[in-house]
Write a protein that binds this ligand. Sequence first.
Ligand SMILES: NC(=O)c1ccc[n+]([C@@H]2O[C@H](COP(=O)([O-])OP(=O)(O)OC[C@H]3O[C@@H](n4cnc5c(N)ncnc54)[C@H](O)[C@@H]3O)[C@@H](O)[C@H]2O)c1
Length: 425
Amino acid sequence: MKKLTQADLIILPNIKENLFYSKLLVKEVIRELLNNNDIQIINGKITDDMVKIRISFPTDLEIGEVIIRLKKESSKAIYEKMPGLSGEVFWTDDSYLLPVNIIKKENMNESKAGLAPAKCLVTGGAGFIGSNLVDELIKLGHEVVIMDDLSSGKREYLNPTAKFYEADICDADKVEEIFSKEKFDFVFHLAAQIDVRVSVARPQYETKINVLGGLNILESCLKHKVEKFIFISTGGAIYGGEENLPANENYPTYPLSPYGINKLAFEKYLNFYHKTFGQKYITLRLANVYGPRQFKGGEGAVVAVFCDWAVNDHRLKIYGDGLQTRDFVYVGDVAEAAIKAMASDYIGELNIGTMVETNLLEIIEAIEGSINKLVDTEHYPEKVGEQRRSVLDNRRAKEILSWQPKVALEDGIKKTIEWTKSQVK
Ligand SMILES: NC(=O)c1ccc[n+]([C@@H]2O[C@H](COP(=O)([O-])OP(=O)(O)OC[C@H]3O[C@@H](n4cnc5c(N)ncnc54)[C@H](O)[C@@H]3O)[C@@H](O)[C@H]2O)c1
């Protein structure tokens, strides 16, 4: 018999040979162990060396859902109760049945239908988008590990259920050590230097993090056979043009900053790793994301900055006439798209935006609506080189991921204002 150090799942023999039989067997065993005949298996993941299952069971109050991890004694019990089993039974050091992550019905959404619980790495998981994504992954029952150097992310955004490594993606040895230890199914790569002005001032520094750091993650994915690499790229900073909008994925790419250039360069690396080594990936090109926890120095952070000034009674600075437009997408919608990308077979780029152009004056109006008062504004000269218009065509993502943005701008701004107020207190 083989002993695993970190295994927390039942392992049954001959799984590959007879998938159906194995699934049936797991169901019977769990029913017996929990003494509950009403248990239903929703879905599961079966690989060479493990069975991970998701089950539902009726309770008095609601249909709960739980991932059952069977540890030493239960594995032993299986073995004893099923003497007909041949092959190896694996176990861990602990000795009891451990239910984790009870998910309430209202927290379930269709995106997880058909998705088995997986082990996910979220680089940049202490940041704005990353931490929102981590929360959603955990709600859905996935096991999450975060790698972040806290350069702009915050410790307080870390989901306590996730395992956290304070690590720099530029440290290749550390990255490899984490991958060897954890064995991820999916990697969401969000860690990045995201300040466009910093990228202009220090392109070498930017490239070190956003290209070379990313390559450390990608190399380890390949080495440890990660199922899929989900790369969070940018639509707002990659296309550069202002004709024939909304920009679809085939729009010419002429980034106007090292930040955009490096995101594009990394996309090309992904394509190369896929074509040459078979690494599966999806790139999500995000529009201007906004919502709770946004880092005010980042790409497209105008909503965060305006909400902050409005809540703190500061005058809002507008560069130019305020009629410049962007495509503002709510962070919760972005997290949902990233999660849906896990189940898709698509390889390549997808725009994640609303396909709606909104100007800064409209953003201010929405802010005023949600704080119920007018704000003071002050106009400054237009910033040199600033893009006038930007909006993404999201039809490919809609079709491929069956995804669409759900949160209307007014509602998203309201949530952001509420969060900004909570920070002031
Ligand atoms: N916010 C937007 O509108 C937007 C738009 C398009 C793309 N993106 C992309 O989304 C991702 C997340 O951005 P965000 O807005 O949440 O910003 P963020 O700054 O809140 O998140 C980035 C995270 O990466 C971490 N990080 C930075 N350098 C690191 C390093 N060397 N090693 C480990 N961790 C490191 C930071 O500490 C932070 O937690 C980025 O890749 C960004 O380029 C954001």
